[in-house]
Design a protein around this ligand. Sequence first.
Ligand code: ADP
Ligand code: MG
Length: 721
Amino acid sequence: MKVRQKKRNFVSEMQEINQSHIKYLLGVGPKKAETLQKEIQVVTWEDMLYYFPYKYIDRSKIFTVRELQRISGQERNDNSMPYIQLKGKISDFQIRGEGSKRRLSAVFSDDTGSIDLVWFQMLKHIMTTYNETTEYILFGKPTVFGHRLQVAHPELETENKFYDGQLGVQGLYNTTERMKNAFLHSRAIQKIITQILENIKTPLPETLPQEITDKAYLVSLDTALRNIHFPQTPEMLRQAQYRLKFEELFYLQLNILRITKYREKRIAGLRFSQVGEFFNYFYFNHLPFELTGAQKRVVKEIRQDANSGRQMNRLLQGDVGSGKTLVALLSVLIALDNGFQGAIMAPTEILATQHYETISELLAGMPVEIALLTGSTKKKVRTEILPKIKTGEIKIVIGTHALIEDTVEFANLGLVVVDEQHRFGVVQRARLWKKNATPPHVLVMTATPIPRTLAMTVYGDLDVSVIDELPPGRKPVKTVHTYEKKRGHLYESVRKQLQEGRQVYIVYPLIEESEKVDIQNLLEGFEKTKQIFPEYKVSMLHGKMKPAEKDAEMQRFVSGETQIMVATTVIEVGVNVPNASVMLIENAERFGLPQLHQLRGRVGRGADQSFCILVTKYELSENTRKRLAIMTETNDGFRIAEEDLKLRGPGDIDGTQQSGIAFNLKIANLAHDGQILTTARDFAQAILDADPLLEQPQNALLARQLVRLNKEKQMGWFMIS
Ligand code: ADP
Ligand code: MG
């Protein structure tokens, strides 16, 4: 009886905070509520409580203008000035400029000096709200403007109001331009949250079982949420952050590990019990070179896994040029030996075609029918090969996403190899499982090194194999960074390589927003290259070309008919031309680290010394300089991945999306919270070891939370249950 009573309270409280609409709060109203929904997807009290400050400042400190001038003198880059507080008076309100340049300026002074204030909006309102006799506390982020310190749109409070218990450590909330225009600046968010917390009388219900909060030394959710917004002490803030990060990472791990358990329990794995004719004949008669030790080890791991009675879900990591294609082929041959078909899926037509050609050549003379299936496969060819895939006559299918379309039916697909697909998370992989009555084994291959923490999160349900050895005789690529102005020298060293019979890539950036300009750059680059190297033939490749044209152009380069390839990043992934020894990247400042590393991987694939030349303009941001320095320092893909994660600011969703996470972490940061992640994962693992599918009553809260999070975040969780 008692237990039931308690449960009901719990549920009703839950409903309250995720059903109470913020628009009914004082000073919010329908208009602001709409802005909050559009800009930061906040609708309910709960959403608002989970909108955390992005940083904290100590508002007990009040600077003097003179102190500020000293700080600004040290900081050359004015964007790095911190948020500060000053105490003083405003004078000299003046409206200046016309049209879009219209603004209100004023001077803010204390005993030690003065700074400028400026507003671009609500000029009249500002002028009537503030006067020249009151002393204000100013809060804002100064910039240097024409040798003077300036604060745009400062927050101003009269001193009285301020000392009302508001000093100390305070959170700052991210706000968008639209939010600021609707008067929803950081301080306003803070006021909304204050109201919500004041309205919640009973402690907020727990979202983690007591056993976990006890064992992991976590403060309660109620304490955590109150302190994340209004820290009582720096230590309480730390504990609040820890608890919320833990919870976020814990549920991610619980979800992904539960998928693994589900698979183990509910899916019978195909058994590849023998290694037979196909594998052995190829291995002893066709293999063009000795496998590296790492390749041998990985093939063995795959063989054992595919014969364990469990469905294989394996990630194969191996730096560019480490020979993953061969491992893929050997695995496919084992599938064939056991009476199954194999499929290899690549992200682009160019890469699929290249795999098709490489593999056809390697298997030449063996009785294996192979088909290429991409978006541009002609209808006539399609109608020819689809039935043969269905009957099993075609044993190996190589292609793009086209090969997992519903129209493609297999007789008995035993293994799918997924090559270089960075967005191939658990949801996409689960779709492959449906391609056979018993889900096929899945091997995901990537050369994009994934930092450990990210791998645990995106690919946390996969077993991992690593090729940590390059084929013998490879020389590490030499990387240099140079400026546009020094082009003369550059072309001479490139010419030297061409004279020795090597080939050269010249890459231009292409970003969608500025596509037209970029294409223009590329075309100009193409013309210029032809002028500078009149004695050589030049190819060009970009995404806007028709697939057939692209293939033909690539083919000309592969065969050596052309010596220089001017291209956009379409050549980024996987393409293999061992004779190419120079990768020249124009506007290198516009590329991310993983992309630069991928591009560099296109050279250094033969026995000759290769070069990667990063060309940039002269003025570069600090961050870009670091990126380029890392490229020149190391060829180690894993180190590059870790550095990349560190260089990204917290909350860089783009970065994580690129790596395959389809959701946004609210508070945890994969670059810095590796330790918390590991702990959270251990807890999740222990729970699932005892109760693999979360069916026992003591785990009901966990199961319910997973369903809830799944609904809210649409992470595609549970798509298999
Ligand atoms: P990636 O791992 O980047 O996909 P590839 O499979 O394209 O690398 O292999 C890169 C190059 O190395 C190819 O030209 C391939 O033929 C060659 N290669 C692969 N394995 C070996 C080996 N064991 N010994 C020598 N060369 C190899
Ligand atoms: Mg490859």
